[in-house]
Write a protein that binds this ligand. Structure first.
Ligand code: KIV
Ligand code: ZN
Length: 383
């Protein structure tokens, strides 16, 4: 039976994510990532934009052959030749989806297409009808929906659903919206578009103002049931929504009543795979997967953490496959942290012995940024 609280997760690491200069992947690398995405439990993999290059076409073909359970999606513009290329590239997909669309904001309509609202609406409907002749599952994107006139956007979405769209994507292409504005947009569509329940509303946000995750959540709270994004939030400019962030927000705030089928324990591993293949380091303080995401370094936090993890840990590192939380030894660390590490190395000290060791430690930490086990051994043995 259809579960109204299930959120479908659409990964576009291999399409929107791969548009980043310097992040281009070979087909073999893309297949490896696609298999990992499948094992992560991703519902839809956007494998590429087949009309854009022979290499992208081939990657979509190979990914469609390589994965079984996820829907494999290919992007097109609202052009018949793009749609033809996508249909051909998806021929081996068990569950193919075509993702077609066109600009919806007046800015795009006038200055990108040199066109009118009426003409763009006709092109949108024609593209969906054309794609529907070959593939049942059609997702429509209304590019720059974040800045589009809401009544026109609603008209466009209603028309493409009537033409056969199964999913309607409302991209905040330029990462422009505030969370309440984006949430309101989704609510308006949910309440005002005829037959909106025949399609799934999808949120596709960009991170230009650092709001992609917040906007995606606002969209889901207002009725969207598909979220689009990338691993590590990679993507053009400031990137796309980080899927690991959205999924963990939903898991941490169970009160929202929304859930995904993602195996969150695989986030760390896939984050590192994408980072190394795309030669794009993960910033250390990146939520969920950054190397410092579970590192506690100040004395007050370390003390509180050692008394009860939950004082400073809202997500268990093991839930996202992180090796473990770390108590980092720096000049800001307190005695509890030093005691913790010394005990781990087999040293049980009296209160006075710990005070002496702590003084030596502070001396060392003032002159060395990162104190490791060898340093602690030397500190104890006096070597
Ligand atoms: O950001 C965007 O508008 C897109 C569409 C092509 C879906 O990536
Ligand atoms: Zn995008």
């Amino acid at each position: 039976m259809h579960d109204p609280n299930r959120v479908y997760v659409f990964d576009t690491t291999l399409r929107d994510g791969e548009q980043v200069p310097g992040c281009q992947l070979t087909t073999t690398e893309k297949i490896e990532i696609a298999r990992e995405l499948e094992s992560l439990g991703i519902d839809i993999i956007e494998a590429g934009f087949p009309a854009s290059s022979p290499g992208d076409f081939q990657s979509v073909v190979e990914i469609a052959k390589a994965v079984k359970s996820p829907t494999v999606c290919a992007l097109t513009r609202a052009h018949q030749k793009d749609i033809d290329a996508a249909v051909e590239a998806l021929q081996y997909a068990r569950n193919p989806r075509i993702h077609t669309g066109i600009g919806a904001s007046d800015m795009h309509i006038k200055t990108k297409f040199n066109s009118t609202r009426e003409e763009i609406l006709e092109r949108a409907v024609a593209a969906v009808k054309y794609a529907k002749k070959s593939v049942e599952d059609i997702e429509f994107y209304a590019e720059d929906a974040g800045r589009a006139d809401i009544k026109y956007l609603a008209k466009m979405i209603e028309a493409v659903i009537a033409a056969g769209a199964t999913v309607v994507n409302i991209p905040d292409t330029n990462g422009y919206c505030l969370p309440d504005q984006y949430g309101e947009k989704i609510k308006f569509l949910k309440e005002n578009v005829r037959n909106i329940d025949k399609a799934i509303i999808s949120v596709h946000c960009h991170n230009d103002l650092g709001l992609a995750t917040a906007n995606s959540i606002a969209g889901l709270q207002n009725g969207a049931r598909q979220v689009e994004g990338t691993i590590n939030g990679i993507g053009e400019r400031a990137g796309n929504t980080s899927l690991e962030e959205v999924v963990m927000v939903l898991k941490t705030h169970a009160v929202l009543g929304l859930h995904t089928n993602i195996n969150t324990k695989q986030f760390y591993e896939i984050s590192r795979l994408v980072s190394s293949q795309m030669r794009m380091p993960v910033q250390p303080n990146k939520a969920i997967v950054g190397s410092n995401a579970f590192a506690h370094s100040s004395g007050i936090h370390q003390d509180g953490y050692l008394k009860n993890r939950e004082n400073y840990e809202i997500i268990r590192p093991e839930d996202v496959g992180f090796p473990n939380a770390s108590i980092v030894l720096t000049a800001r660390s307190g005695r509890h942290a030093l005691k913790f590490h010394l005990e781990r190395l087999g040293y049980t000290l009296s209160k006075d012995e710990l005070a002496i060791a702590y003084n030596k430690f502070l001396h060392l930490a003032d002159n060395k940024l990162d104190i490791n086990d060898n340093d602690l051994q030397s500190l104890m043995t006096g070597d």
